[in-house]
Design a protein around this ligand. Structure first.
Ligand code: HEM
Length: 455
């Protein structure tokens, strides 16, 4: 016997489309999930029917790659306007995805992280220098500078020097604006998009700014004649071990753009949310300071080996990603008609969204789900987690290739911030979230002072 998938009442034609707010989409879906404790619901978003899933057992089913695949639908279909057939927005079955994935995989191994460590440290030191003279900082902006400069230096050998500039880099401004437009286009009917000529002109010019930035990065490398083993070096030199094929210039541009986008928005959001949670949980902050003082006492310069010894800081990041995954949903689609949970009929190509906050706080998988508790990531507790209740890095072969990169960078940055600074939040920052393709805390400022006065 099949059962209908719960569907909130909507309007004729537009269905539930107009109910989805422009701001705070992630909260809207989380509220709907709370109203539908069965672990799934279906919405009609102006003709696009999407099943939202957050019960861990149902998520286990949709994460079975023999039954479900990653479709490139809005918003990713719009991000494809500028990231093209790069890894993140490549379509199922597009041969270039496999080629690029195989060529780039060695660049993301744990061993490669050790090779990138000096560059990660250089940029983290830039952040420390920028903060040393200040009493108050804009956390999210500076985490964005840190993550962008880190991926451009470690991945492409370029110094963006974002901390030396009061404004965010033009690439970042163009990217923010293009991502906002991509999200607007997701919400509006294509006819409406076609009428908005000014927005379209700005979108095209933002895409040009991004592409020109990337073309310059590639040009500088080619002109230098250097043969480096970083992401760009691999893309320019290596061939696919399976097909022997090389990446085209256009695909390399798309991959670089993809890494600049995927490689910094998410890491900066994670670090900003982590600092927010530390301000809200002084006992965890105290544990983190104690760990840093033990592993990196005084002015100790972090090494890769020392950072790998950290235990509290990685658990802070794990728990931050549970409560605030910068990517809020993973899109999937059914390969063939099937049933979920033995009773919900799913048509072939039915679109599915695994919504991460409702999954990561589902009481079926988590005790005290809203509590920031880093002890759930102690090995014995972690071993008892539901295997499909935590997906901040996505699923299967389309999962995040940059996971180790992000976690190494974030551990280092957080450890150095705590090693150098006493942080406080006298205004008691009320968390508001800005959502583009990812979520980040908005207007998040912290006060700080140096812990070791001689610095
Ligand atoms: C894919 C999360 C950092 C590069 C993904 C996906 C998620 C994710 C959820 C899958 C998206 C989907 O299914 O549509 C994160 C988080 C990060 C992070 C939470 C930081 C904490 C990074 C970094 C890089 C990166 C630092 C690059 C250096 C990518 C790429 C993909 C991807 C290229 C597409 C993989 C493919 O489909 O082959 N990421 N990411 N990410 N991420 Fe990350």
């Amino acid at each position: 016997m099949t059962a209908p998938i719960p569907t909130p009442r909507g309007l004729p034609i537009v269905g539930n489309g107009l109910q989805v707010p422009v701001e705070g989409t992630h909260r809207f879906f989380a509220d709907l999930a709370a109203q539908h404790p069965g672990g799934l619901f279906k919405l009609n978003l102006a003709g696009r029917h999407v099943v939202f899933v957050y019960d861990p057992d149902l998520v286990a089913e949709v994460c079975d790659e023999s039954r479900f695949y990653k479709p490139i639908d809005p918003p990713l279909a719009h991000v494809r306007d500028f990231a093209g057939d790069g890894l993140f927005t490549a379509r199922e079955g597009e041969e270039v995805w496999g080629q690029a994935h195989r060529i780039l995989l060695p660049a993301f191994s744990q061993r490669s992280m050790k090779a990138y460590f000096p560059q990660m440290l250089e940029i983290a030191e830039n952040l420390m220098a920028a903060w040393a003279g200040r009493a108050e900082v804009d956390v999210t902006d500076d985490m964005t500078r840190l993550a962008l400069d880190t991926i451009t230096l470690a991945g492409f050998g370029q110094r963006f020097r974002s901390f030396e500039q009061p404004e965010l880099h033009p690439f970042l401004q163009a990217m923010g604006s293009a991502l906002t437009e991509a999200m607007n286009r997701t919400r509006q009917l294509p006819m409406v998009t076609g009428l908005k000529k000014k927005a379209d002109a700005l979108y095209k010019s933002d895409i040009s700014v991004m592409q020109e930035t990337v073309d310059e990065v590639i040009r500088v490398r080619r002109a230098s004649g250097e043969k480096l083993n970083d992401l760009l070096g691999l893309m320019l030199e290596a061939s696919d071990p399976v097909t022997g094929g090389r990446l085209s210039d256009e695909n390399i541009r798309n991959q670089v753009l993809t890494f600049l986008i995927a490689g910094h928005e998410t890491t900066s959001g994670t670090l900003s949310f982590a600092l927010h949670h530390l301000m809200r949980n002084p006992h965890v902050l105290a544990q983190a300071y104690a760990e840093v003082d033990r592993i990196l006492p005084g002015d100790t310069v972090p090494t890769y080996e020392l950072i790998m010894k950290l235990d509290v800081i990685p658990r802070i990041l794990d728990e931050t990603l549970r409560l605030h995954s910068p990517i809020t949903a993973i899109g999937l689609a059914a390969r063939e008609a099937t049933t979920l949970g033995g009773r919900y009929a799913i048509e072939a190509n039915q679109k599915i969204a695994v919504v991460l906050k409702p999954l990561h706080t589902n009481p079926a998988a988590w005790t005290d789900p809203e509590t920031f508790d880093i002890d759930r990531w102690l090995p014995e507790q972690k071993a008892s987690h539901h295997p499909h209740a935590y997906k901040p890095f996505g699923n299967g072969e389309r999962a995040c290739i940059g996971r180790q990169f992000a976690l190494t960078e974030a551990r280092l940055a957080l450890a150095m911030i705590l090693q150098r600074f006493a942080l406080s939040d006298p205004q008691g920052h009320e968390l508001t979230i800005k959502q583009t393709l990812t979520i980040k805390p908005e207007d998040f400022r912290l006060r700080l002072r140096l812990r070791h006065e001689h610095e």
